[in-house]
Design a protein around this ligand. Sequence first.
Ligand SMILES: NC(=O)c1ccc[n+]([C@@H]2O[C@H](COP(=O)([O-])OP(=O)(O)OC[C@H]3O[C@@H](n4cnc5c(N)ncnc54)[C@H](O)[C@@H]3O)[C@@H](O)[C@H]2O)c1
Length: 320
Amino acid sequence: MKILVTGGAGYIGSHVLRALTRAGFDPVALDDMSFGVSKRLGDTPLVQMDLASAGAKNELVRIFKDQEITGVIHLAARKSVAESVAQPEYYYQQNVGAMLNLLAAMQEAGVMNLVFSSSAATYGAPAEAKVSEDYVCQPINPYGETKLIGEWMVANAVKAWGLNGVCLRYFNVAGAGYDDLGDTSVANLIPIAIHAYKNKTPVQVFGTDWPTPDGSCVRDYIHVADLAEAHISALNYLKEKNREELVFNVGTGKGSSVLEVLAALSQVVGEEVQVNHANRRPGDPAALSADVAKIASVLGWQAKHNLLEIVESAYRASLN
Ligand SMILES: NC(=O)c1ccc[n+]([C@@H]2O[C@H](COP(=O)([O-])OP(=O)(O)OC[C@H]3O[C@@H](n4cnc5c(N)ncnc54)[C@H](O)[C@@H]3O)[C@@H](O)[C@H]2O)c1
């Protein structure tokens, strides 16, 4: 199967490319290279284009036909929550606009298989510490809204023209499956902590009085290599007849606190990482982790790596 991976030169996309190749698929990457890194692609061919641009739909139809693409893994998106709050129109134009072009092109070209990168940001700030897929989605920023709208668009295409679609709601993705594929953006806790440690500055811990065992926020950290494998399970699921499920959480099911993450980093680097206790940030839920019962039972997938392996691999890749 020839699979187009949008956002293929990104952090997660490049892991997906390698997982696809290992599993015997034939991947092609598509990326506008705004955040992509060409070194990550290896031998995988790249189509460079902005999926949200005016001519993207027709260009995609041509690519689908010329390259005989049979499925798409759609990871390309803008992903900064803060930027989405400051520039909501841009986020709708990019993330929703790209999805619109993609689905219209898939329908026209008869490409019937799609795995969509969604996010735990669709849940917003739930009252429950562990959420299953049927928990009500109330995103609290435009980024999360664009992901939820993307899920609705997939669901409607499934109903209207028989698309085989699956949405994967990623929790907190971290680590590196290969030393050359680390997360180069300094936007999530683990890269931020590594960056601060290397610069000999303290890591900010936002709130140590949350109703959690050690008072810091709890999240579900999923190793990017495990996440990449979930895409292979999802593609295989799309081949099954009588599918009923559209949305899957992808996490470990186990929450780790900010202080536990920093303790793991201290263990990896062999010295105490400096910490600065700061105030809570508005909008942060105290604890959020994935109920992973559905992905385990329906896709037969479960995470293999633990927190220490995630932090250790992220640190090693940061030295690359
Ligand atoms: N990293 C996480 O923790 C996390 C969590 C939940 C969901 N996600 C989702 O996973 C996906 C991949 O995230 P990532 O962490 O690898 O980010 P990333 O920025 O490394 O990768 C995204 C890639 O998409 C490309 N891109 C963005 N907009 C594009 C467009 N309009 N046309 C073509 N290419 C475009 C970028 O150049 C980049 O290479 C995103 O959809 C993101 O929302 C990530």
